[in-house]
Design a protein around this ligand. Structure first.
Ligand SMILES: [Zn+2]
Length: 460
């Protein structure tokens, strides 16, 4: 069986050209004029861009949090991803304190089993840095999980001390792993949260007010310093502040291997959303929180200047009607997280390319190529080239699309971008050569997604 994509304009992080594609066995077999003429099946892509499928390097499907579980499981979450042009998700397997890394991985494979619609990989959250878990990092690497996330936040749950972080960075550098950091000063935040609750300040806005931007800036700076002392590369997840962007920009200007990630919510939404009436602000309770608007403008500039390398989503939705309401009496009990996996590509094209902040190649880099390279999936994923998987988005740059919870495919009863009309429209999505999304129609199936083994850092 061969499939041809005819008359489209191929766009990658570096190139743009008119060409046909010939797809065999889920991979791109040939690129060029005329290569698709003899294919068994043919799709016409006239007037459309042929983009590499997106890679969302930051999702949390079926994540237990605060007495509930994130609303999208590996089936609904990865189906929504495909509708939004994302053909690979990298989720976080969690090692809880007292557990082995292996037990965390096994638990996440069990959640994914039979459900995943798109290809997927895992990062490993290290909740317990000790001699055993440091030694076990090598076997996790051998299993194809090559990035390890640590926290300067959540004391008693996920927080690692500076010494523990330093040891993990040293080990990572030795074995070719990449350390990811959730950078917020959790010890200070916990004090502020306690003080706010004692003062009777329980509304959703206080979630943001107890997590000041400097708590993120300080922890980002500290994590970079620890990585520099260890001689190790570092990836900062979900950056939200000017202070963090400045710290990463300064590190990169000095030649350090530091990579930043931000998410659409920090670019399109702001602290003002917490001031929506009633309990509506709970929709935006996530960590780190939304920031005042100047921070978002700084993040856009960081994307333009390649100071921030990747846009992921931190997709971790909770329904308003039965999950967010757990925190009606106290912001500290609102499950942290928001939906986003379906809207990332649409939003970045709209706010980046259509708004003339950067070109379509930078957009492809931020949403597909850079995460593929950083996490060891390139060139199988993240580009359109002979030999790469045929993960493709047929995209109409002249179309438009209205984002709404009424039509989205995420298993959550609101959308943070409700009613936003974005420039550009995802027309068709192929995953390993299979047409899985055709307009509004779902043609894929649960369980078709394959686990991807990531390569070591820096060998792409
Ligand atoms: Zn996250």
């Amino acid at each position: 069986m061969s499939l041809g994509i005819l008359n489209g304009t191929v766009v990658t992080a570096s190139d743009r050209y008119d060409a046909d594609l010939r797809i065999e066995n889920g991979r791109i077999a040939a690129v060029g004029k005329g290569v698709a003429e003899s294919c068994d099946q043919r799709l016409d892509a006239s007037g459309l861009l042929v983009l590499p499928g997106g890679i969302d390097a930051h999702t949390h499907f079926a994540l237990p949090f605060g007495g509930t579980v994130s609303a999208d499981d590996f089936e609904t979450g990865t189906r929504a991803a495909l509708f939004g042009g994302t053909t690979t998700c990298i989720d976080f397997a969690v090692q809880a304190k007292g557990q082995t890394l292996r037990a965390g991985i096994d638990a996440w494979f069990a959640k994914a089993e039979g459900k995943v619609c798109c290809d997927f990989a895992f990062h490993m959250i290290m909740g317990d840095v000790n001699a055993q878990s440091l030694d076990d990092m090598q076997s996790v690497m051998d299993a194809g999980i090559t990035s390890f996330k640590l926290f300067t936040a959540y004391p008693g749950v996920f927080l690692s001390t500076d010494g523990e972080i330093f040891q993990a960075l040293q080990r990572a550098e030795r074995i070719g792993a990449l350390i990811q950091m959730h950078a917020e000063n959790g010890s200070v935040i916990d004090v502020l949260v306690k003080q706010a609750i004692e003062a009777g300040k329980t509304a959703p806005v206080h979630h943001a007010l107890t997590r000041p931007s400097i708590a993120e800036g300080e922890a980002t700076h500290r994590a970079i310093a620890l990585a520099e002392m260890a001689g190790a590369p570092l990836y900062i997840v979900h950056m939200t502040t000017a202070e963090a962007a400045d710290a990463v920009a300064a590190a990169r200007a000095r030649g350090l291997r530091v990579y930043g990630e931000t998410c659409p919510q920090y670019l399109f939404l702001s602290h003002d959303n917490y001031l929506e009436p009633g309990f509506e602000g709970a929709k935006y309770v996530m960590s780190p929180p939304l920031r005042p608007k100047p921070h978002g403008e700084r993040l856009w500039r960081a994307l333009q200047a390649d100071e921030i390398s990747v846009v992921g989503t931190d997709h971790c939705p909770f329904r308003m009607k039965d999950q967010k309401v757990l925190g009606r009496d106290s912001f500290a009990k609102i499950p942290n997280g928001a939906p986003g996996v379906e809207n990332r590509i649409q939003l970045l094209y709209h706010g980046g390319v259509a708004a003339k902040r950067f070109d379509v190649h930078r957009f492809v880099d931020l949403t597909a190529t850079a995460p593929a390279k950083i996490f060891g999936l390139f060139p199988r994923k993240g580009t359109v080239a002979v030999g790469s998987d045929a993960d493709l988005v047929l995209f109409d740059p002249n179309g438009s699309y209205t984002i709404s919870a009424k039509t989205h495919h995420m298993n959550v009863d609101y959308n943070p971008y409700e009613g936003l009309v974005v420039q550009g429209k995802i027309v068709k999505v192929l995953a390993r050569g299979e047409l899985v999304v055709d307009g509004d129609r779902w043609l894929g199936r649960a369980g078709r997604g394959e686990f991807l083994k990531c390569g070591p850092f820096g060998l792409a």
